[in-house]
Design a protein around this ligand. Structure first.
Ligand code: GTP
Ligand code: MG
Length: 427
């Protein structure tokens, strides 16, 4: 099942967890360093600190906190492109196992739509914070109670085609959202001439691009042109091609294999020869033949607890369901690998620079302290030496004075005796 423990998406979420722990450690080390400096500053030691040291440590801590926040918000981003009605929104719904985004014939999705995870109703009981909600161009938050309410709200929005509606959907409802994947739906590629703006606004931080093509026709110039532009702006973007509406092939079984081969070759050639984003052999695992409509029907059927297949599925639907799941597995591996490699690198580099700078400060402080200690050491040795000298001198003096006292005493005695013998003689 999607989202089980073995999901490749866990590489990313685990890496994110680990890096978060690492940043918490860094944070507490810097805090310790700050406290240490405070202590030195407060005690009247003769260690004189540079004025800026405290400010530097405080600034480093702020920067690390900022990076940590950004890392927490880090996610894996996949964007879907293709011509109107190829089934972009249907593919996203299939991946989310529910009819979250509006789909339909004609031009349905009229602006960019992102779907990201949010906490559950159960999670925050204090206010109406938990549960699904919408943000239009980052403005007011509108809570959504059901899928029907969501499609109603989305259909009422009239926004320009390059604006964004953000849908936040409870993580507990979709495995992909739980694992920090953000899915971005777009209007048909054929409705804009301003591809560059779309790319600049929505694609520069995308980890994976999915071209939803129509298996009933062939890759269109508009679609190819868009990906050429993407390829110019990003280095080796990860691109998947979904030949959607493959259920249509069931009505022409005699042509099916031939059409599949033709689409497969064209898809591989587009990725490997034209865009040169991947080798020919790898490109085989980037082109799939699916039916988003069938997949969604079957998945919704399953979540409603109905064991048998839904009615009215075209021949060979099981193969198409398997192919959709195979696509998801490849996609998960690709997005997780790519995001783990790119999303943390910049932040960790910045953090490592900050730590280096602090290290220099700590080393300065250490050498200062060592100097001071050595100074104390030298002074102590000098004093000891003097003490020893004084001690010796004292000994000498004592000795001498004892000697002199003795000699004085004996002299005195001699004098007394002399005096006494004189006296005796006189008598
Ligand atoms: P826009 O938002 O208008 O650009 O279109 P879209 O690419 O999002 O297409 P959407 O998912 O709205 O699908 C268009 C129509 O095609 C809907 O009526 C879908 O039910 C139908 N559709 C989508 N996928 C399939 C499929 O695999 N097979 C069939 N037969 N119909 C499909
Ligand atoms: Mg759509």
């Amino acid at each position: 099942a999607a989202g089980d423990m073995g999901s490749p998406l866990k590489h990313f979420t685990n890496a994110k967890k680990k890096i978060n722990v690492l940043f918490s450690d860094i944070q507490s080390y810097i805090e310790d360093f700050g406290e240490f400096i405070d202590d030195i500053g407060n005690s009247d030691e003769n260690l004189i600190l540079e004025e800026e040291l405290e400010d530097d440590v405080r600034a480093a801590l702020e920067k690390i906190n900022g990076i940590k926040d950004m890392l927490c918000r880090n996610h894996m981003k996949v964007v879907f492109f293709g011509r109107t009605s190829n089934g972009k929104s249907s593919v996203i719904n299939s991946m989310l196992w529910d009819r979250i985004l509006p789909t339909g014939i004609g031009h349905t999705t009229n602006c960019f739509l992102s779907v990201a995870g949010c906490s559950d109703e159960a999670g925050s009981s204090s206010d109406s914070d938990g549960g699904a909600y919408l943000l239009c161009n980052g403005s007011e938050k509108r809570s959504i109670k059901s899928v029907t309410q969501l499609s109603h709200a989305l259909s009422q929005e009239s926004m320009s085609c390059d604006s964004l509606i953000q849908v936040f959907w409870p993580k507990s409802k979709c495995a992909l959202l739980k694992d920090d994947v953000v899915l971005v739906d777009s209007p048909g590629i054929d409705v804009t001439l301003d591809l560059d703006r779309w790319i600049d606004n929505y694609c520069l931080d995308a980890d994976v691009f999915i071209l939803v093509a129509n298996a009933e026709s062939t890759l269109m110039q508009a679609e190819k042109k868009f990906f050429h532009r993407v390829n110019e702006k990003l280095s080796k973007p990860n691109i998947f091609i979904l030949n959607n509406r493959w259920d249509a092939s069931a009505s022409e079984p005699e042509l099916m294999e031939q059409v599949r081969q033709q689409h497969l070759e064209r898809g591989i050639s587009f990725l490997a020869d034209e865009l040169k984003v991947i080798s020919k052999s790898q490109a085989k695992d980037r082109v799939f033949f699916v039916s988003a409509k069938e997949t969604l029907q079957s998945r919704m059927h399953k979540t409603q607890g109905k064991p048998d297949a839904p009615l009215g599925m075209a021949d060979g639907y099981q193969g198409r369901l398997i192919e959709f799941a195979r696509f998801e597995r490849e996609f998960e591996e690709c997005i997780s690998r790519s995001a783990t490699r790119t999303k943390f690198e910049y932040h960790t580099q910045r953090a490592s620079k900050i730590i280096d700078q602090l290290h220099v400060k700590a080393e300065w402080l250490f050498s200062k302290a060592t100097d001071l200690m050595n100074e104390c050491h030298d002074r102590r040795a000098f004093l000891l030496q003097r003490l020893e000298y004084i001690d010796n001198q004292m000994k000498i003096v004592t000795q001498r004075s004892r000697e002199s006292i003795l000699s004085l005493a004996s002299e005195a005695e001699r004098q007394v005796r002399l005096a006494m013998s004189d006296e005796i003689r006189r008598l």
